[in-house]
Design a protein around this ligand. Structure first.
Ligand code: SF4
Ligand code: SF4
Length: 444
């Protein structure tokens, strides 16, 4: 094992991190909820298709939704009990979407399909990949991209490096930090399993310098793992963006429009590899995760291990409720998360945090014209011209926006964060992207 220093990346910002509210709070496992609502769409790609109907009895870990196509994953019951609805329910994505409601029988019994595998170190790469696919694994850092797709590069792409993303650069979130501190072996074993699936020898675990305890714990635990290097990274948002992480760890640049596999790299989040270990070693599909519940609006911020499908109301209860009237709720981090319009949404596989801010802290701004100060250009980690992308989007000159790299925008929000004219640059960019994507779909 080696401890090395990351190289940094272009641009980026330093928002106040708010992590002091919950970073010292050990993960608390919440009791089994009386009811869960498990959305069929918790990943990028086609939603899963329900395998159950109202009245069915299900066990914990049982597959209740089948993947529809390659870019899709199955979903599993996170408690045992009775299916009481297959219908549309509020989803953290801001819409009402199909989901399966299960009421607990209080037994929390495992499905027969969930079987331990003490000989997991002898599994073939293909078997590992199929276990990961069947377990409904997705990127748990927020993107929720199906993991098996990332682990299936075309034959002409040789992958030689695995980077485990422990940057957790989004302000306020501390779920990954606690996971690294409390379960470093799970993270390392999961990383080794992923590396074996693709015959990778070099494993880097990138962690921001604001988590020195996690760097130490993982560096100590990694002593007995050959080929694993811990990389301490400069604190800078969006250090955890795939392309920025690759750049900081290896110095390589993913080409415009390209993917990490184009430079021989795959990136997996720390929580994802820990969940992969559970799936491969114990046969447990992705049915729970750690969520940071924080923000100046809750009485006792903390990190909670909860079953997928648990209502966010249970998490608010676990954080001892609100201090005051809440004005803003965000699923994920404040930079890239989604504003919520109801307090009752289910925990999904990609939900790393739930943030609550008082009404008194929610400011509203009136956007003004661009004053061409160039601050957005200086901070853009993708080297884009966010000011021009915003102007082209406003003028509906989408093709011109596309020509200057619209689709390379990772929607990190750094440009909007620094803009003195409070221009809603990310919203404008998303608007332009929607048009370009729909035209591309039509053309295809
Ligand atoms: S243009 Fe996109 S990638 Fe660049 S700072 Fe803005 S949101 Fe981030
Ligand atoms: S930061 Fe705002 S005002 Fe300055 S150039 Fe960018 S869009 Fe214009």
């Amino acid at each position: 094992m080696q401890l090395i220093k990351g190289k940094g990346f272009r641009g980026g910002v330093h928002p106040p991190d708010g992590k002091e509210l919950s970073r010292a709070k050990a993960v608390v496992t919440l009791p089994v909820p009386e009811k869960v609502i498990i959305p069929l769409s918790q990943h990028i790609g086609s939603p899963a298709e329900s395998l159950v109907k109202v009245g069915d009895i299900v066990k914990k870990g049982q597959k209740i939704g089948e993947a529809k196509g390659f870019v899709s994953v199955p979903v599993h019951a996170s408690i045992s009990g009775k299916v009481t609805a297959v219908a549309n329910f509020p989803h953290p994505a801001g819409k009402s979407l199909p989901a399966i409601q299960i009421e607990s029988d209080g037994l929390d019994e495992w499905a027969e399909t969930v079987k331990e595998n003490p000989n997991y170190k002898n599994l073939s790469p293909d078997k590992i990949k199929s276990i990961i696919q069947d377990a409904g694994m997705v990127g748990m850092g927020g993107a929720a991209f199906p993991t098996h797709v990332k682990l299936s590069p075309p034959a002409n792409k040789k992958i030689d490096t695995l980077i485990i993303n422990g940057a957790e650069c989004e302000p306020y979130l501390t779920a990954d930090h606690r996971l690294m501190l409390e379960e470093p072996t799970k993270v390392l074993e999961g990383a080794v399993i992923v590396a074996k699936a693709l015959s990778i020898k070099d494993i880097f675990i990138g962690i921001e310098d604001n988590k020195p305890d996690a760097i130490k714990v993982l560096a100590d635990a990694a002593r007995s793992y050959e080929g694993v290097k811990i990389v301490s990274l400069k604190v800078m948002y969006p250090q955890g963006g795939e392309k920025q992480l690759i750049n900081a760890v290896t110095g390589k640049e993913v080409p415009s429009g390209g993917l990490p596999m184009d430079v021989g790299i795959i990136v997996q989040n720390v929580a994802t590899v820990a969940a992969i270990y559970d799936a491969v070693r114990f046969g447990i599909p992705l049915i729970e995760r750690i969520v940071t519940v924080t923000g100046s609006g809750v009485k006792e911020p903390g990190n909670f291990r909860v079953r997928i499908g648990t209502s966010s109301l249970k998490l608010i209860e676990a954080a001892h409720g609100f201090k005051t009237e809440i004005g803003k709720v965000i699923s994920g981090g404040p930079m890239m998360g989604m504003t919520q319009y109801t307090l009752d949404v289910p925990v999904v596989k990609g939900m790393s945090g739930l943030l609550f801010f008082p009404q008194s802290e929610v400011k509203s701004y009136t956007p003004e014209a661009c004053i061409r100060c160039g601050r957005c250009v200086a901070v853009c980690p993708m080297g884009l011209l966010p000011n021009m992308l915003g102007i082209y989007a406003e003028l509906e000159r989408f093709e011109d926006a596309e020509k200057i790299g619209l689709m390379d925008c990772m929607e990190c929000g750094s440009c909007s964060y620094v803009c003195p004219s409070r221009r809603p640059l990310v919203h404008l960019i998303r608007y332009a992207k929607t048009d370009v994507i729909s035209k591309r779909k039509k053309a295809a």
